[in-house]
Design a protein around this ligand. Structure first.
Ligand code: ADP
Length: 256
């Protein structure tokens, strides 16, 4: 079933150095419970597109539909995780997870057991009372993930959520995210500039090219689930990564 529809979408920023065309003619249908990754070099408009999908910013032109209806402002149906966990340092892990519940006016006594369950789900049982400074970067990002899920949104938007973490933590969290996604079946849109990560997580990879940001290619990833790290060494995986590299290199940009 179609969850999100993006049609003929454009975004122009008016900056001091002039007009920047960040996105041009974006068309994308995202199915319910689909895992989509947006991949491309820095500056190709991935964050802009994700913010538009979250209705945090408005497109210059085009439409964004959720369940067939235009979405013009942020909705409770969405949870967002950014690159930095942005936790409040004076609140415990549990109280950080509960913050959106307080802001949304949800019943805190009902939300508390849910927050405890979510912290357990992300492997932080026993750390509920810890403060952010007592947690590693990976643990803080796990708290941020629990916080994004506290109001049980059906859509999870993630903007390079593991980019600041070391490679091993990043891989570990990627697989945990897949486990959570599988168990709770959210629609996920995940931004990354890492091609391997984009393939390993996704049902479909949306490869973007820069200046202006356009969708260069949409690739369906037919690797079986659950995914494993070994899949990176299979011929199928190489075909996907070569294809994504070719569309990104073709646009004249080198990706690290
Ligand atoms: P990515 O996430 O792929 O790195 P962004 O969406 O952050 O790309 O940026 C796309 C383009 O839009 C870049 O050229 C960037 O400089 C520009 N841009 C992003 N945000 C703004 C803004 N608030 N004002 C002006 N230009 C912006």
């Amino acid at each position: 079933m179609l969850k999100i529809k993006i049609e003929n979408l454009f975004k122009v920023y008016n900056s001091r150095s002039g007009r920047i065309s960040a996105l041009e003619d974006i068309n994308l249908d995202i199915q319910q419970k689909e895992f989509i990754t947006l991949v491309g070099p820095s500056g190709c408009g991935k964050s802009t597109l994700l913010k538009i999908i979250g209705a945090l910013i408005r497109p210059s032109r085009g439409t964004l539909l959720y369940d067939g209806k235009p979405l013009l402002q942020p909705t409770r149906d969405v949870g967002i995780v950014f690159q930095e966990p942005v936790l409040l340092p004076w609140r415990s892990a549990l109280d950080n997870v509960l913050l959106p519940a307080e802001i949304l006016g949800l019943d805190i006594e009902e939300s508390r057991p849910r927050a405890m369950d979510l912290l357990k789900l992300v492997g932080l049982k026993g750390f509920e009372a810890s403060y952010p400074r007592e947690l590693s970067g990976g643990m803080q990002q796990r708290v941020a993930l629990s916080r994004a899920l506290i109001h049980n949104p059906s859509v999870l938007l993630m903007d390079e959520p593991f980019a600041a973490l070391d490679a091993m933590t990043r891989e570990e969290l990627g697989f945990e995210l897949l486990r959570i996604w599988h168990a709770h079946k959210k629609t996920v849109v995940f931004v990354t500039h890492n091609i391997m990560e984009a393939i390993l997580l996704a049902d479909r990879v949306v490869a973007m090219s820069p200046r202006p940001g356009r969708i260069a290619k949409i690739l369906k990833i037919d690797l079986p689930r659950p995914r494993t790290l070994n899949m990176e060494f299979t011929p199928e995986f190489k075909v996907y990564s070569d294809e994504i590299r070719s569309v990104i290199y073709h646009s004249g940009t080198v990706v690290a």
